[in-house]
Design a protein around this ligand. Structure first.
Ligand SMILES: Nc1ncnc2c1ncn2[C@@H]1O[C@H](COP(=O)(O)OP(=O)(O)OP(=O)(O)O)[C@@H](O)[C@H]1O
Ligand SMILES: [Mg+2]
Length: 228
């Protein structure tokens, strides 16, 4: 029996046979402002609050203070979850210069320390920029992927994609991502909308349709795509 992990995002689990596969690495690729940070933070917060799974959120894009402030608007109190030991936020901006292998080691130590079952890296694009040598980052990321699998830690890695770009451009998505989800900004009838598409999810009979990302005061959810 395969173990599924609830995403903590309304409307998503029903599109993927009930949830992500435990230990999978999910690449969440999207345009700027498409909801990557909010979606991945909900995965961590609801994981802790609703499903009792500890989580580590690694932020490169926004500093921890801004992230906490923005999420509080949706009722997610990261500060409190951190105090309770259910969530750990790592602001890696400060040690960016340390290089990729040191950062990977640091993250793995924190995961083991708190017994985390969920991990977010926001963003992988910024994380990889810590490592310039292409050969090395492929090898290191593959190793990282294998260790995460062994730990059974379900991981969401976000990836920034410039508008209109067809590929993710990382060159590693085939071997470190079990799943690729894209969030795409489009303007329809003078209104900005975000399309959600599951491009691949190994081992899962997933939805192949476009859905829509909606953000309201309760947070981000996935709904049917409407062109009206
Ligand atoms: N309180 C809110 N209510 C409604 N919509 C909101 C709220 N807060 C943010 N948003 C929407 O979410 C978007 C930002 O989402 P998020 O930060 O998750 O995007 P992102 O994909 O991580 O962007 P980036 O590429 O800048 O990291 C905003 O541009 C806005 O459209
Ligand atoms: Mg972001």
């Amino acid at each position: 029996m395969v173990e599924r992990v609830k995403s903590g995002v309304d409307g998503l689990d029903r599109l993927v046979e009930g949830g992500f596969l435990k230990g999978d690495v999910i690449l969440l690729a999207g345009n700027t402002g498409s909801g990557k940070t909010i979606l991945s933070a909900q995965f961590i917060c609801n994981g802790a609050v609703k499903y009792g799974e500890k989580g580590v959120y690694v932020t490169f894009e926004e500093n921890a203070g801004t992230l906490k402030r923005n999420l509080l608007r949706f009722g997610y109190d990261l500060e409190k979850l951190e105090r309770e030991g259910a969530v750990k936020i790592l602001d890696l901006e400060a040690i960016k210069g340390a290089g990729l292998s040191a950062n990977i080691e640091f993250i793995l130590n924190v995961l083991r320390e708190i017994g985390a079952q969920r991990l977010v890296i926001d963003s992988l694009t910024a994380f990889l920029s810590a490592c310039e040598e292409k050969f090395e980052y492929r090898t290191l990321m593959h190793l990282f992927y294998k260790i995460l699998k062994k730990l059974g830690c379900t991981t969401v890695m976000t990836c920034s994609v410039p508008t209109g770009l067809e590929t993710l451009g990382l060159g590693i998505e085939e071997f470190i991502a079990d799943s690729v989800i894209t969030l795409e900004n489009i303007v329809h009838d003078g209104e900005l909308k975000t399309r959600f598409l599951i491009r691949k999810m190994r081992g899962t009979n997933h939805s192949k349709k476009y859905h829509e990302v909606m953000i309201d005061r309760k947070g981000l959810k996935i709904v049917s795509f409407s062109m009206s």
